[in-house]
Design a protein around this ligand. Structure first.
Ligand SMILES: [Zn+2]
Length: 197
């Protein structure tokens, strides 16, 4: 599963509601764009939620979509049901700080629903590595501006191999999005890491 995720496949699976998000997810602009989407075959329902701006992915897993929507779906899921698919798509890879939070949230679900969570698919689809740029230090969201120094904030704001490993160990299936023209150069760097780690 770790590898390339074709956007067209995601649209076929989750539905046409995804199409309007393509232009934000397919470009590594200076604004982070994250989309959280889930589908359960039983309910025949696709749910979507998006966030923009710094640490969008962190805000998505702390949103009601995750803390009540995903939790409720797991609560009502039966072992005879088809797996639920939850996808978090981002126009870059998560920073170290968000990776830690995303991993922690999935670990928490595993602890709460040990036999159920391992039957579902939690996909983390990224456009490519994010190594940080100067603007990052100016775009930290207020809740990260605590006692940490600017230097450590910056190192927390880029993608790290450790963060990616943490996500994978928690059960996130990491993949790189292909919007029909092959993966980006940052995407192929990420793919290379995923395939050789
Ligand atoms: Zn982040």
């Amino acid at each position: 599963m770790e590898g390339v995720l074709r956007w067209a496949d995601a649209v076929s699976f989750f539905g046409d509601e995804l199409v309007q998000h393509e232009r934000f997810l397919s470009r590594a602009t200076q604004t982070t764009y994250g989309l959280l989407v889930s589908r359960s075959v039983q309910q025949g329902q696709t749910l979507l939620e998006n966030r923009e701006g710094e640490h969008a992915e962190e805000r998505l897993v702390l949103s009601p979509f995750w803390v009540s929507g995903v939790v409720n779906a797991l609560e009502s899921w039966d072992v005879r049901d088809a797996p639920m698919v939850v996808m978090l798509a981002i126009n870059r890879a998560p920073c170290a700080s968000c990776s830690h939070i995303l991993a922690g949230e999935l670990h928490a679900l595993h602890r709460r629903f040990p036999l159920r969570v391992e039957k579902q698919y939690f996909i983390l689809a990224s456009l490519g590595y994010y190594q940080g740029r100067d603007f990052m230090t100016n775009q930290l969201s207020p809740n990260t501006l605590n006692t940490r120094s600017v230097g450590s904030q910056r190192s927390q704001s880029v993608t790290t191999d450790r963060g990616l490993n943490e996500l994978s160990d928690a059960g996130w299936r990491l993949c790189v999005m292909d919007f029909g023209h092959g993966v980006t150069s940052r995407g192929s760097e990420l793919l290379n890491f995923l395939r050789h780690r």
